[in-house]
Design a protein around this ligand. Structure first.
Ligand code: AMP
Ligand code: MN
Length: 328
C-alpha cells in the first residue's frame, strides 16, 4: 500500500464515521475548487451525510449553470460545529479567506507544492493535475457510484486546472479519470463550450484592451499584461471576468511565460503567472510568498507596482532561461 493509499483509507474511515461536513476551498474559486467541492458534496449526499459548502467569493458567471452551484454559501466568517471540515485546493488554511474553521477536525486535500499540512489529516499529492483527480480517488474509495453530476464536476476540475490540457502535469491517470467521467455521461465538447466559449461581449472587449496593454520583453519570450479598474469599467466588466485572459499570450509560439498584474481597489496587486513546459513560475511566486504549480502560479502584494515590477521581470527572465535549457 502506498502512502497515498494509506491516507485515502484514513480519510475514508473518518468520513464514514462522521455525519456533518463543511466543505470549502480557496477564495476567488476556479474550476478546480468548484468541481472538487461539488463532486465531494454529491458524494457525501450519496452517503446520507449532511453537507454545507462555504466559499469566501462567488464563482465566475460561466460556472453558475453547473449542478449544485446554488448550494455554495458566500461568507468570510463561519460559526460551525460540523464534525469535519474538508478543505480542498488550499496550501494554507488562510487561502480559504474564511475565519472560524480552525477549531474543527480538518481534512486537507490539495495538490499545491508547499502545502502547510494544517489538517488533522493531510493528503497532499503534487503529481495530481487537479485536486479533482484526488477527489475522484477518494469518491471511489468511499464506494460512491460515479453519477453524471459527480463526473461533470470532476471533469470540470481537470479541464480547467490543466489549462484545457495544456499544462505539463498531465499524466495517464488524468486521461483515465476523464475516460471514466465521459463513460458516466460527460460530453467534452459541451463542457469546453460552456467553460471557454461563454464570454459576454464585454469580455471580448476586455480581451482586446488587455492584449492592447501587452508588453513583450526578453526578445518576445515574456509577455507582461496589465489590468486596472478603469479598463474593467470601460468594458463593462468586473474582476470576475478576468479568468482565462492570462492564457492568451501563450498562444503565440515565441512566448514562454506571461505575467499579469491586476490592480485591485486600494492598490493591492494580484500577480498571476503562466508558462510553457519547464519554465517554472511557481518558484518565482514562492519568492513573493505565493504559490501554485510549475506552469500556473500567483501571489499578492500591497504594491506599489513600480517597486515590484523590475525585479520580478528579472526573475522571470532567469526562469525562462533555465526552463529553455531542458526544452525537449
Ligand atoms: P491564478 O493566477 O490566480 O489563477 O493562480 C494560479 C495558481 O497559483 C493557482 O494554483 C493558485 O492556487 C496559485 N496562487 C495564486 N495566488 C496565490 C497566492 N497568493 N498564494 C498561493 N498560491 C497562489
Ligand atoms: Mn487546482
Amino acid at each position: 500500500m502506498t502512502n497515498d493509499d494509506f491516507v485515502i483509507h484514513q480519510i475514508r474511515d473518518e468520513i464514514l464515521q462522521r455525519r456533518r461536513f463543511l466543505l470549502t476551498s480557496h477564495a476567488r474559486p476556479d474550476g478546480d475548487s468548484i468541481g472538487s467541492q461539488l463532486a465531494m458534496a454529491f458524494a457525501l449526499d450519496a452517503l446520507g451525510k449532511e453537507v454545507r459548502i462555504v466559499n469566501a467569493d462567488a464563482a465566475p458567471d460561466h460556472y453558475q449553470g453547473f449542478p449544485g452551484m446554488h448550494r455554495i454559501e458566500i461568507t468570510t466568517e463561519v460559526d460551525t460545529d460540523a464534525d469535519a471540515v474538508i478543505v480542498m485546493e488550499c496550501s494554507d488554511l488562510s487561502r480559504t479567506g474564511i475565519t472560524g474553521l480552525d477549531s474543527r477536525f480538518i481534512i486537507n486535500i490539495d495538490h499545491h507544492a508547499g502545502n502547510r499540512l494544517y489538517g488533522a489529516l493531510n493528503w497532499y499529492d503534487e503529481t495530481a493535475a487537479a485536486c479533482g483527480e484526488m477527489v475522484f480517488d477518494l469518491i471511489r474509495a468511499l464506494g460512491v457510484p460515479l453519477t453524471e453530476q459527480i463526473a461533470t464536476h470532476i471533469y470540470l476540475a481537470i479541464l480547467t486546472d490543466t489549462g484545457a490540457f495544456h499544462h505539463s502535469n498531465i499524466t495517464p491517470r488524468t486521461f483515465d479519470i476523464c475516460r471514466q467521467t465521459v463513460e458516466a455521461g460527460v460530453n467534452p465538447a459541451a463542457m469546453a463550450r460552456r467553460v471557454f466559449d461563454s464570454n459576454s461581449f464585454g469580455k471580448l472587449k476586455l480581451i482586446g484592451a488587455v492584449l492592447d496593454s501587452m508588453v513583450l520583453l526578453d526578445e518576445g519570450r515574456l509577455a507582461v499584461l496589465y489590468l486596472d479598474d478603469e479598463m474593467l469599467q470601460l468594458c463593462g466588466c468586473t474582476h470576475n471576468d478576468t479568468e482565462g485572459l492570462i492564457n492568451l499570450p501563450l498562444t503565440a509560439r515565441e512566448i514562454q511565460a506571461v505575467v499579469f498584474f491586476k490592480i485591485a481597489p486600494g492598490g493591492v496587486v494580484r500577480v498571476s503567472m503562466r508558462s510553457k513546459y519547464d519554465v517554472d513560475v511557481r518558484q518565482v511566486a514562492a519568492q513573493y510568498g505565493g504559490g501554485g504549480h510549475k506552469n500556473a502560479a500567483g501571489f499578492t502584494v500591497d504594491g506599489p507596482l513600480d517597486e515590484l515590477r523590475p525585479r520580478l521581470i528579472e526573475r522571470l527572465v532567469m526562469a525562462i532561461g533555465e526552463g529553455l535549457l531542458t526544452r525537449p
